[in-house]
Design a protein around this ligand. Structure first.
Ligand code: C5P
Length: 222
């Protein structure tokens, strides 16, 4: 029996993971952060010292990498060839490399199967860039979650400041714009709203308001 699928796509920093986690908690679904799979593969490329412009090397490295998801107290963990590498995923260079290599066919194909397998066995709230358009085209609910560049940059800035880290608002804004552009202009599975997705702009909504909207969509759909 197929699990129930809720797909949440949108640009970096729109609040997808926060929202998706809360929706999953409320519904007792499994939250799947697909960006972590791309980041996991990026960690592998960094460890192996792969030249990202060398397609042959990248293809070989993809074949050698086994990426699995596991859950520890309900929190998603990424295993790279059996080793838990979750603590490395949020590094800036990992995110940047993930964004660049995610444009490549070998990388997307490798991870497509992994994502579909997870969604088949369980009820999931899956977040990413192409979940509603490519990974789970039959998802029961599809959400396209956005927020203005300014809002997203400000949120990221505040998060870094809270963590006691140095942050430059203008640089964060430029990074977000660059990543948006790359994600939505790549040839394969670009970031875009699925035809049957509900558009939610979180710029002027609170977190509980967004969560509530999504739960309502699910109730109306089923
Ligand atoms: O969401 P997160 O920032 O962790 O994703 C890292 C990168 O992985 C993104 O910049 C995006 O390019 C890529 N990605 C993707 N498709 C997904 C999830 C993430 O291309 N479904």
């Amino acid at each position: 029996k197929m699990g129930y699928q809720i797909a949440i796509d949108g640009p970096a920093g729109a609040g997808k993971s926060t929202i998706a986690k809360l929706v999953a908690e409320k519904l007792d679904f499994v939250y799947v952060d697909t960006g972590a799979l791309y980041r996991g593969l990026a960690v592998h490329f960094l460890k192996e010292g792969i030249d990202e412009t060398d397609e042959t090397a990248l293809t070989k490295a993809c074949e050698k990498a086994r990426i699995d998801l596991a859950y520890e107290n309900g929190i998603q963990q990424v295993l790279l060839n059996g080793e838990n590498i979750t603590s490395l995923l949020r590094e800036e260079r990992v995110g940047n490399l993930a964004s660049r290599v995610s444009a490549l066919q070998v990388v997307r194909e490798k991870l497509l199967q992994t994502q579909r397998e997870i969604a088949q066995k369980k009820n999931v709230v899956m977040d990413g860039r192409d979940i509603g358009t490519c990974v789970l085209p039959e998802a029961g609910v599809k959400i396209f979650l956005t927020a203005s560049v300014e809002t997203r940059a400000k949120r990221r800035y505040e998060q870094l400041t809270r963590e006691g880290k140095q942050a430059d608002l203008k640089k964060i804004e430029a990074d977000i714009q660059e990543r948006d552009h790359r994600d939505s202009h790549r040839e394969i599975a670009p970031l875009k709203q699925a035809k049957d997705a509900v558009l939610l702009d979180s710029s002027d909504l609170t977190i509980p308001q967004v969560v509530e909207r999504i739960i309502r969509e699910k109730e109306n759909a089923s």
